[in-house]
Design a binder for this molecule. Structure first.
Ligand code: ARG
Length: 473
């Protein structure tokens, strides 16, 4: 294909080498094509307000951009083919449609443009991520409510620690996701400012009103230093970090599913729709989706380090290195949102094997802390009681005698729980394992989900109405 004439080609005698063109172009810009156009519409309106273009020119440009928006929404990859990047592709198409097109790049540079596009992309996708988090939280809450009094061993070091209710365990995952939600919300709040008007590095001699463009784009604030505004990719790091933490949380949940589905645990049955078989062993049913979650979680984590590696040692001011944070950023959001969606299906449909969990939680040795606590309540020092019960445990293990018998033979008067529920109910402290505490945790979790839903709904409406207004809908 004969290469197109570059829009910056004035000072060059020769065209860019095709291999160099392919090497340096940005086909991944398909992900930010819509955002680029939204930003350009706001910019055209800002130029109009500053009197740099006329009312008629502004209308003509905005109308053309809106039709290009439809075109890229249908097939952005096709739209970008053979172009250096999305900014050039949009400007070239615009210029072919509107005689005023060549005026649009006044008081703007691709350097503030890309910073803006990425901020809009991050805003839109952070909202998507928050939606995904809420739907997984809802699934966890539903399942916790159905398994309120199902007991299973609580593990530390992956060894039986103390029995707990499954609801308690599921709500622990809920709390992790709650932090994930809040982390994204605070990223968005901290990063919510417009870089438009910073231009290449140093602002502009045109009298544009950056307050106006930022308010059109729904940003409550605008940049205060043009050098920082064009160089800053901290918001990219923040988004990648938040996604990486969510991915870590999901990988930990997936690991439990994998363990729990093994014959040794048999705590869960994975529905057929979410399992795969073996090409050679006809009996196999593999926890494939959970393994994919666990393995794919590596991607957002390495995306974060990819971005950090690019930013490391970069001097201030735009450099083409920055072009390459995009792939990591887009990958981070794509993968994390798919992890959230599969984890939600998994959580909604997995079958919990209550009998098996209860059986595993029924080892009286795992009630030892409750015995120690009783001795302490009757006046013994904790360390002494711990030692005494520890010796009784050892004797029970050596002789095979029940712990309660060993204790009563030693003259220790304590009520050894006879079922795991008794032990669980003894721990009524704040956030602890008793049913009363679980009820409180569930009530709190429901109000958290409700609050998150309201907060997200409002943010989504603000974003959509900003886009709709600029698109003239
Ligand atoms: N395509 C670039 C990116 O994605 C934006 C262009 C920046 N300016 C420049 N002179 N190359 O980061």
């Amino acid at each position: 294909m004969k290469s197109k004439r570059d829009l910056w080609s004035g000072r060059f005698r020769k065209r860019l080498d095709p291999e160099a063109r392919a090497f340096s172009s940005s086909p991944e810009d398909a992900a930010i094509a819509r955002h680029d156009i939204i930003g350009s519409i706001a910019h055209a309106m800002t130029l109009r307000r500053a009197g740099i273009i006329s009312e008629r020119e502004s209308e003509e440009i905005v109308e053309a951009l809106r039709s290009i928006y439809k075109e890229v929404s249908a097939d952005a990859a096709e739209f970008l083919s053979g172009e250096e990047d999305v900014h050039m592709a949009v400007e070239r198409r615009l210029t072919s449609m509107s005689p005023a097109g060549p005026k649009l790049h006044t008081a703007r540079s691709r350097n503030d443009q890309i910073a803006l596009d990425l901020r809009l992309y991050v805003r839109e996708n952070s909202l998507r991520m928050m939606r995904g988090i809420i739907s997984l939280q809802k699934a966890l809450l539903r399942r916790a409510s159905g398994e309120r009094s199902t007991v299973l061993p609580g593990y530390t070091h992956l060894q039986h620690a103390q029995p707990v209710y499954l609801s308690h365990h599921l709500l622990a995952h809920f709390n992790r996701l709650e932090r994930d939600f809040r982390r994204i919300a605070s990223d968005m709040d901290r990063n919510c400012f417009s870089p438009l008007g910073a231009c290449a590095i140093a602002g502009t001699s045109h009298g544009i009103d950056v307050r106006y463009s930022s308010s059109l784009l729904g940003f409550p604030r605008h940049f205060s230093n043009s050098i920082d505004a064009t160089s800053d990719r901290d918001f990219v790091l923040d988004a990648c970090y938040s996604n990486a933490v969510t991915a870590l949380h999901l990988s930990s949940m997936a690991e439990e599913f994998i363990l729990w589905s093994s014959a040794e645990f048999s705590f869960i049955d994975i529905p057929d729709e979410l399992s795969t078989g073996s090409s050679i062993m006809p009996h196999k049913k593999n926890p494939d989706m959970a393994e994919h979650i666990r393995g794919l979680a590596s991607r957002p984590i390495s995306d974060l380090s990819g971005v950090a590696t690019i930013l490391h040692s970069l001097p201030l001011g735009y450099a083409s290195d920055l072009q390459h944070v995009k792939r990591y950023l887009f990958d981070s959001f794509e993968v994390t949102s798919s992890l959230l969606s599969v984890a939600s299906s998994f959580m909604s449909s997995v079958r919990f094997n209550r009998e098996r969990m209860r059986e595993a939680a029924s080892d009286p040795l795992s009630y030892s802390v409750e015995i120690v606590d009783q001795l302490v309540q009757s006046g013994m020092a904790f360390r002494e009681a711990h030692e005494l019960v520890g010796r009784a445990v050892l004797k029970s293990l050596d002789t095979g005698k029940a712990l309660s018998d060993v204790l009563s033979q030693a003259g220790v008067r304590a009520n050894v729980p006879s079922v795991p529920e008794e032990s669980v109910e003894m721990r009524g402290s704040e956030g602890g394992s008793s049913l009363e505490s679980i009820r409180k945790q569930m009530r709190r979790a429901s109000s958290v989900v409700e609050r998150e839903g309201r907060e997200l709904g409002a943010a989504e409406r603000r974003y959509e109405s900003m886009v709709d207004t600029l698109l003239g809908k």
